[in-house]
Design a protein around this ligand. Structure first.
Ligand SMILES: [Ca+2]
Ligand SMILES: [Ca+2]
Length: 497
């Protein structure tokens, strides 16, 4: 009898666990249409069939490789049968366009065929606002056949995923000078420098996220090259723009002159209690939550100890927050050029209001170094890396570490959990594959032949991953026929929308 009762309980517990795992939000269908896959930015997918081993040299489990520019800080997204990634112009897909530019490339998902590109001239003022050769650093959002991203010139762009390949110049914007099949078809653009007086420090990089009719981005407004002055203290930190026509819906500037350096965090969106919130790290090192619809600030949380001093112990927030069941998980850190240092990781109760630095702190994990990464949550475990090369696996309820793994190289990208395994890349170009478990287990290590600053993302049983200068589609090459239809086949569907 006792034994039977136990097995019933065990069965119920297993059922609850399965439900908990199944209830993690994940990308609809089989695409990866934005940074984090879903607006809550949790780096998680239950997708099956992604390999844990591959080899660049012998092409084992490599479906295709596409050349990117010489530096690629954008992260790929996969939607509408295409892969979109930001880079610079060093691959020169269009031989007529020479010199340094910000480039967004669109490839066919099935075979890596180049389809079209968006070209953005560099700003004349150079490194102050648009660092040479860094290209486009924003990871796009693709929704309803429209690609949203932030250019190296501080513009929020909405462009047609089909470009001019659909034979139509989609508007309201129809002033494109180049309208060949390989050119970008702009739908609208919102110039944050022109409209809001934003002066981004070194680079505008925000990865857009949407809720309803609104798109949210960080402006990246920051200090000037003196690293003392904020030349445009009245420019907002975060904006919401109307999807349909690219007009400003709301803006907020809680930081003024208190920007420590730049503003390079990207926003996350999720339902928290009875409101949809947008949550982001801002230039004074605080994380803030907003009513997504109205733009009203709901709460703010100081990520730094009050006695910390910039830049030695006080940090900015570059990581993207992850929202899960009313809780925000985020770490702080600094520009990689500043090297290593102390960091802080928090679980924040986003249902609280006002200054919630004390009231909203669920736990604080201090055994982390500076981090610019986004976390991955799965089965009660938070995987969070730091720039010093450690991956921490924590209990999401207590913030206590299950384990810590040393990658022996700087980590710029983020961990992602796919089908019970954690994938994480490092500056040495290694992708470690580990069990997403309370006990550490290294399953494989795969070298990409060049530094990995990005995060591998899954779509249609394939892993898409870029190192500094190449984009890889990793998967069982024999299963290529399971991939989605050629985008040309989709043209008729779009043409009739
Ligand atoms: Ca078009
Ligand atoms: Ca157009």
């Amino acid at each position: 009898m006792k034994k039977q009762a136990f097995s019933v309980v065990a069965f119920a517990a297993a059922g609850a666990l399965m439900l908990a795992a199944a209830s993690l939000p994940e990308p609809a269908h089989t695409e990866w249409p934005m940074w984090g896959g879903t607006p809550d930015r949790n780096m998680y997918s239950s997708m099956k069939g992604i390999p844990s081993t591959w080899e660049v040299k012998s092409k084992q489990n490599i479906k295709w490789v596409a050349e990117l520019g010489s530096q690629s800080y954008g992260n790929p997204v996969v939607a509408s049968g295409m892969v979109f990634v930001g880079t610079n112009n060093e691959a020169m897909y269009d031989k007529e366009i020479k010199g340094d530019r910000g480039i967004l490339l669109a490839f066919r998902e099935t075979d890596g065929q180049f389809l079209w590109q968006a070209v953005h001239d560099k700003l004349p003022q150079g490194r102050a606002n648009d660092w040479p050769f860094q290209g486009i650093c924003s990871s796009p959002l693709v929704e309803d056949g429209i690609v949203y991203y932030v250019s190296n010139r501080g513009e929020l762009m909405a462009v047609d995923a089909q470009g001019f390949r659909d034979g139509k110049n989609n508007g309201p914007y129809t002033e494109e000078k180049l309208t060949r099949e390989v050119d970008v078809d702009i739908i609208w653009r919102y110039d944050m420098m022109e409209e809001l007086g934003v002066l981004q420090h070194n680079m505008a990089n925000s990865s857009p996220v949407a809720s309803g009719d609104l798109i949210f981005v960080s402006t990246s407004n920051g200090q000037d090259e003196s690293h003392v002055n904020v030349p445009s203290p009245r420019a907002p930190s975060i904006i919401a723009v109307n999807k349909k026509d690219g007009t400003l819906a709301w803006e907020h500037n809680p930081v003024g002159e208190n920007i420590l350096h730049g503003q390079w965090s990207s926003p996350a969106v999720a339902q928290v209690g009875d409101l949809v919130q947008v949550v982001i790290g801002q230039g004074d090192g605080w994380v803030r939550g907003y009513d997504a619809l109205k733009g009203e600030m709901l709460w703010e949380f100081d990520m730094n100890p009050k006695d910390s001093v910039w830049p030695k112990t006080r940090n900015e927030v570059i990581s993207t927050p992850v929202i899960y069941e009313n809780v925000v998980y985020v770490a702080n850190g600094q520009d990689p050029e500043h090297g290593e240092g102390v960091g802080h990781l928090y679980a924040i109760d986003a249902t609280k209001r006002g200054d919630i630095t004390e009231s909203g702190r669920i736990w604080h994990y201090a055994d982390i170094r500076r981090s610019i990464s986004t976390g991955a949550l799965y089965d009660g475990i938070l995987f969070y890396p730091d720039f010093s090369g450690f991956l921490h696996a924590l209990d999401i309820k207590t913030g206590k570490a299950f384990w810590k793994h040393d990658m022996f190289a700087a980590i710029w990208g983020s961990p992602i959990v796919i089908d019970g395994r954690v994938y994480l890349g490092d500056e040495d170009g290694d992708i470690a594959v580990m069990a997403a478990d309370r006990t550490f287990k290294l399953l494989a290590e795969n070298n990409m032949a060049s530094s990995v600053y990005s995060t591998p993302v899954p779509a249609n049983a394939t892993l898409f991953l870029n190192n500094r200068n190449q984009l890889f589609a990793i998967g069982d090459a024999k299963s290529a026929d399971r991939s989605p239809a050629d985008p040309r086949a989709l043209l008729t569907r779009w043409a009739s929308r």
